[in-house]
Design a protein around this ligand. Structure first.
Ligand SMILES: [Zn+2]
Length: 270
């Protein structure tokens, strides 16, 4: 599943399209997670792409009269291609630009989204209740410490709650907790202020490392080949059940938490 670093890298890779004018829209499969707005082929041509930003895992493409919200869902990717690139089976949505380039959404499982919002996009129901961006100054030890007060749920579930902080998916939650030495099942409200500070630092560092890895694989990520393009990284714990901890050598354990597989080192994480 594309996580925040893949989405941010996708956004950066699409930046050359800012300032370009839409030529035409092609909708091949109108039903993604929600129906793709049928009016787009009439509305978007002639409009200029003004800005490409990101909120959580949503890419926000602002045009003259509104904003397109793009989401990659479980299996989606967005490719930047030349206009004559033949569409493949799972290529559901294209924006052709007048300069001959093409933004294409490929999504085999169709949990992705293409939505159109006129007015303030941040008030859209998908965006308005979101917590701070993990790499912003608004997410710090103080904000996390405040968010955990009275919450007895495992800390891993709390940092994956998008009202607390956005974009900390299963991989990065597991990795950041290992790096902070915190057992994923620890009751959130039991974390000291100091451990909150440390956890925030490690969440930021984990995401930043992934962004760096993403930058170096940008070409693959945008290629037109069948490669899913998600970043391959060396994880400390994620997906490493039974393998030796990279710090202490103990076998990495796994368990289900909040219906997600969770990986941890029983010796390094308390
Ligand atoms: Zn260990």
């Amino acid at each position: 599943m594309p996580e925040l670093p893949e989405v941010e890298t996708t956004r950066q890779g699409l930046l050359p399209l800012v300032g370009q004018t839409v030529d035409k829209i092609v909708i091949r499969h109108p039903t993604l997670r929600w129906p793709v707005p049928q009016g787009l082929p009439a509305v978007l041509p002639g409009q200029q792409l003004r800005e490409l930003s990101r909120r959580a895992k949503y890419i926000l493409a602002r045009f003259d009269t509104g904003t397109l919200i793009l989401h990659l869902g479980m299996s989606g990717r967005i490719c930047l291609l030349q206009h004559d690139e033949p569409a493949q089976k799972h290529d559901h949505f294209d924006i052709h630009f007048r300069d001959g380039r093409l933004l294409r959404l490929r999504d085999p499982r169709r949990f992705g989204a293409v939505l159109w919002v006129e007015g303030d996009v941040n008030r859209h129901p998908l965006l308005r209740n979101l917590g701070p961006e993990p790499l912003s100054d608004a997410f710090d030890g103080t904000s996390l410490y405040r968010a955990i007060q009275g919450r007895t749920a495992p800390i891993k579930n709390v940092i994956m709650d998008s009202t607390v902080v956005v974009g900390v998916g299963n991989i990065y939650a597991s990795e950041a907790l290992f790096r902070a030495g915190i057992h994923p099942k620890t009751s959130a409200s039991k974390l000291s202020r100091q451990r909150c500070e440390r956890l925030v630092q490690e969440i930021k560092a984990t995401l930043q490392d992934a962004l760096k890895a993403g930058g170096s694989s940008l070409r693959d990520f945008f290629g037109a080949d069948g490669n899913p393009g998600y970043f391959q990284q060396q994880y400390f714990v994620y997906g490493r059940t039974g393998k030796p901890c990279r710090h202490c050598g103990s076998p990495i354990k796994s368990m289900r938490l909040g219906q997600r597989s969770t990986f941890y080192c029983p010796r390094c994480q308390r």
